[in-house]
Design a protein around this ligand. Structure first.
Ligand SMILES: Cc1cc2nc3c(=O)[nH]c(=O)nc-3n(C[C@H](O)[C@H](O)[C@H](O)COP(=O)(O)O)c2cc1C
Length: 315
């Protein structure tokens, strides 16, 4: 199954691995790209020097087909963008801001720019700025989120822009992928599922927590700060929920500082921020990225075929 996203990005399968700060390093990104999807190194607040090393290591592992996910709130954003431009990274996704200022230089370097958006208005604005595609990220997703669901937002963004739309949030198997394609997306971005891949280097305790999660185990915290984030429930999330009710935004920011790193790298399942999507309940095993991708593709094709055969329609 090939879509125009495959041609745009030079990939075999229309599957993008979500940029995930403190999770998506060169090893995960390389494994996804090698398996035929698009792997991305997530910058989070990574120093530019580290990003350069990560890109070079990924290149040694795969050739030049790993992208970078850039947090536009990065405190050293100019330097991060310069690394991307100097290294001629083939594609970036961007979150939390407006990449407009860098668009011309990125295009000149041959870098495709794919902003992640939570609404139709932002998708249209990004298309006007010259985005090559749009990731439409629904509120089901892990990490920082908007308000609209993938199901409701994807077809609305598909109708509103002419560049390819990539659906994200709540997709972890071929049924989800088939549904996204039915809504008009040309591909999917997947985060939570790849956390439980063999190649993902996060602490094993976090993988275990995702595997054990059920459908109701995530919660959105930090609404009072204006930066809501979906995480697995634990002691930290319960404390932040309490602080949210008391509108103690400053205290929440303080508790949140370093909490993602604490979870993903140190395995602090109680007081770390265990970002994860609602789809965690569907993730039941740790397997290599290649197997994840091939299973999703085969399952999506079967789902679409069975719909074509009308096997779901009771005659
Ligand atoms: C642990 C974690 C960290 C994330 N960090 C980022 C990030 O740094 N930048 C970003 O654009 N999105 C981030 N996301 C969102 C993912 O890129 C992706 O869009 C999302 O996980 C898709 O939804 P899913 O989790 O239901 O698959 C993160 C998600 C998770 C689970």
């Amino acid at each position: 199954m090939k879509t125009e996203l495959c041609d745009l990005l030079g990939i075999k399968y229309p599957i993008i691995q979500g940029g995930m700060a403190w999770v998506a390093d060169c090893y995960l990104a390389s494994a996804v790209s090698k398996a035929g999807g698009l792997g991305l190194i997530a910058t989070g607040q990574m120093p530019p020097e580290t990003l350069k090393e990560e890109i070079r290591r990924a290149r040694e592992l795969t050739g030049n087909n790993v992208g970078v996910n850039i947090l536009l709130l990065h405190t050293r954003l100019d330097e991060i963008m310069q690394v991307v431009i100097d290294e001629k990274v083939p594609v970036i996704t961007t979150g939390a801001g407006n990449p407009g200022k860098y668009m011309e230089a990125l295009k000149e370097a041959g870098t495709k720019v794919i902003p992640v958006v939570p609404s139709v208005a932002l998708a249209q604005r990004m298309e006007k700025l010259g985005a090559d595609a749009i990731v439409c990220e629904g509120t089901e997703a892990g990490g920082h989120i908007g308000e609209i669901t993938t199901m409701a937002m994807t077809p609305q963004i598909v109708d509103a822009v002419s560049v390819p739309v990539i659906a994200a949030g709540g997709i972890a198997d071929g049924r989800g992928m088939a549904a996204a394609l039915a809504l008009g997306a040309k591909g999917v971005q997947i985060g939570t599922r790849f956390m439980c891949s063999t190649e993902c280097t996060i602490d094993p305790k976090i993988k275990e927590m995702v595997l054990k999660a059920s459908d109701r185990d995530t919660v959105v915290t930090g609404r009072s700060t204006g930066h809501p984030v979906r995480v697995l429930k634990n002691q930290l999330s319960r404390l932040i929920e309490k602080l949210d009710k008391e509108n103690k935004a400053e205290e929440i920011e303080e508790k949140g500082t370093g909490a993602l790193q604490r979870a993903m790298r140190e395995g602090d399942i109680s007081w770390g921020s265990v970002m994860s999507g609602q789809i965690a309940g569907l993730v039941k095993e740790i397997i290599p990225c290649k197997q994840i991708i091939e299973e999703i593709m085969a399952d999506a094709e079967n789902t679409i075929e069975s719909l074509n055969n009308s096997s779901l329609v009771v005659k």
